[in-house]
Design a protein around this ligand. Structure first.
Ligand code: NDP
Length: 253
């Protein structure tokens, strides 16, 4: 995507990123901070979140805060407690990037362990739903807010072996579409991003034989993350965007 964001695109915007300690989420948090946002960094590994918080501070960004929440064990109660903690410190949220995700096992459906199925659905779908429900009131207090879900090419067309992960991403696309219609007459927009093959730990575990140098880095795919978080996308809702339009799904060639 060719997008030239204004340097002050996200000035003073209050943005929460899940899975902010690593991979694409880490890069998105750092990028949003560089464009002026105040970051809420959510993840399960405190050390990783702290490193991102520190890097934002070192780069002169607005003070960021870290929130530890393991989405595998998240409940409606723990998500509401988190939302209350956030509401005590911030007047509203201008953006939420649901980025945290679990791959599970690449294996035929017939052999997929129920525990894997459960964990992938819990992190990618159930926790995303619970967190969204808890954070919606804060998003609706903003004069212009953006809710972004993270999809995948296997969330649009099923692929052999991608079991629970693919099904969870179809559910993510559905959640986005339902919410986009429910909030179409409000200042909240709801969209999906399919990152496309990107050089991260998750990608390496899905395609261990792939040459990572043939993949885009998280930094390369940030234009769409900026576009959807900032007001240039104000009228866009209910859309599933590709961070790498035209990229063929599957291993890099
Ligand atoms: P990574 O595995 O690099 O990062 C995933 C992030 O999610 C990490 O910060 C991780 O935390 C966090 N996370 C995982 N489980 C939990 C949990 N139980 N509770 C809280 N946080 C959790 O993955 P990517 O950056 O590659 O993926 C980011 C998103 O993009 C995912 O939704 C993925 O499905 C999607 N995607 C990625 C593609 C790619 O090629 N990379 C392609 C298509 C979609 P921790 O570091 O502490 O484990």
């Amino acid at each position: 995507m060719h997008y030239q964001p204004q340097p002050a695109l996200l000035q003073n915007r209050i943005i929460l990123v899940t899975g902010a300690g690593d991979g694409i989420g880490r890069e998105a948090a750092l990028t949003y901070a560089r464009f002026g946002a105040r970051l809420l960094l959510l993840g399960r590994t405190p050390d990783k979140l702290e490193q991102v918080r520190q890097q934002i501070a070192d780069e002169g960004g607005l003070p960021a805060r870290t929130y530890t929440l393991d989405l595998l064990t998240a409940t409606p109660a723990s998500c509401h407690t988190l939302a209350e903690r956030i509401a005590a410190d911030y007047p509203h949220l201008d953006g939420v990037l649901h980025n945290a995700g679990l791959l599970g096992e690449i294996t035929p459906m017939s052999e997929l362990a129920y525990d894997t199925w459960h964990d992938v659905m819990q992190v990618n779908v159930n926790a995303t739903f619970m967190l969204t429900q808890a954070l919606l009131p804060l998003l609706l207090k903003s004069p212009s807010s953006s809710l972004i879900f993270t999809s995948s090419s296997v969330g649009r067309a099923g692929r052999s072996g991608w079991g629970a992960y693919a099904v969870s991403k179809f559910a993510t696309e559905g959640m986005m579409q339902v919410l986009a219609e429910e909030y179409q007459h409000t200042p909240l927009r709801v969209n999906c991003i399919n990152p496309g093959g990107t050089r991260t730990g998750m990608r390496a575990s899905a395609f261990p034989l792939e040459d990572p140098d043939k993949l885009k880095t998280p930094a390369d795919i940030m234009p769409i993350y900026l576009y959807l978080m900032g007001d240039d996308s104000r009228r866009k809702t209910g859309i599933s965007f590709d961070a790498q339009p035209g990229r063929k799904p599957g291993p890099a060639e």
